[in-house]
Design a protein around this ligand. Sequence first.
Ligand SMILES: Cc1ncc(COP(=O)(O)O)c(C=O)c1O
Length: 340
Amino acid sequence: MPTPPPPAELVDLRSDTVTRPTPGMRQAMADAEVGDDVYGEDPSVNALEERVAALFGHEAALFVPSGTMGNQIGMRLVCEPGQEVLCDADAHVVTYEMGAAAAIFGISTRTVVSDGGRLDADQLIAQVRPKTDWHLTGTAAIAVENTHNRGGGLVQPLEELRKLRDWTRDAGVAVHLDGARIWNAHVASGVDLATYGGLADTASVCFSKGLGTPVGSVLVSSAERIAAARLWRKRLGGGMRQVGVLAAACSYALDHNLGRLAEDHEHAQLLAKRLGVDPASVQTNIVILDGVNAPVVAEGAKAQGVLVSQVSPRRIRLVTNLGVDRNAAERAADVLAALV
Ligand SMILES: Cc1ncc(COP(=O)(O)O)c(C=O)c1O
């Protein structure tokens, strides 16, 4: 039985993960050629991995079930147990991934408070501890999030990413990119995916956010690292079989849903303007409403068919997505404007 669509009048702005596969995507999934991917025999997965590796200018790629698995394996590839990964205090990898780096891999994480998630290369570089000093927990890697989720969809400045890459390359420190929404950064900034890929040693990119698939992330890196990643994925129970049905959805998303992220960004601008948020603070598909009575706004909006996320008692998050067209964005703006 197909899943019933949400009521036509419901506008779901809680996240860009709430989208449902469109009829075209479902058809692509139904038509997918499949094989056993643990044997490396799924043609749809192999094609997706090759395509994504090439897009980001890396040698190889691995299809994984989630962004969390992509991030955690990615960090493990560049950090040994007992070493540390340095990152922003609001990074997804330390906020929402259940302490996985420590719980699973024995990796220590150390955080730096940034200005709203914005990457400041010098600030991170100043915190790096040498791996060769036996008094110190050595910093093996720095994790960067682009766009930054808790930073309201902020696109990381290219010059900071470049500065970090140049310094870390010379210092023998790796960079991991949490690129769950790198597609939004690419569409908003016009910076090539290969340029972003070239600024990281390992990168995890998601298809189940703005690109609208039900499942799926891809980890890119060198061929040698991806061979090791394949073992880690299997150990973690992420080895999947005839999973081409999911990879086909991702390939479909690259063909059909990447360019349209610009619409999500326009709808976020519309919401910002209508709700008194500085449009310049909204770079992609996330709008943060600060200083509001979050439970009252969320409940009031829900009663009128508009779903939003409460990030804290005074903060609401709106995320435009594939399931929210112009009319729905206008309607959400009408409802929320009366509440905030
Ligand atoms: C920035 C960021 N990284 C990683 C993830 C993890 O993705 P998943 O939910 O597929 O594990 C998310 C999920 O929302 C995210 O926003």
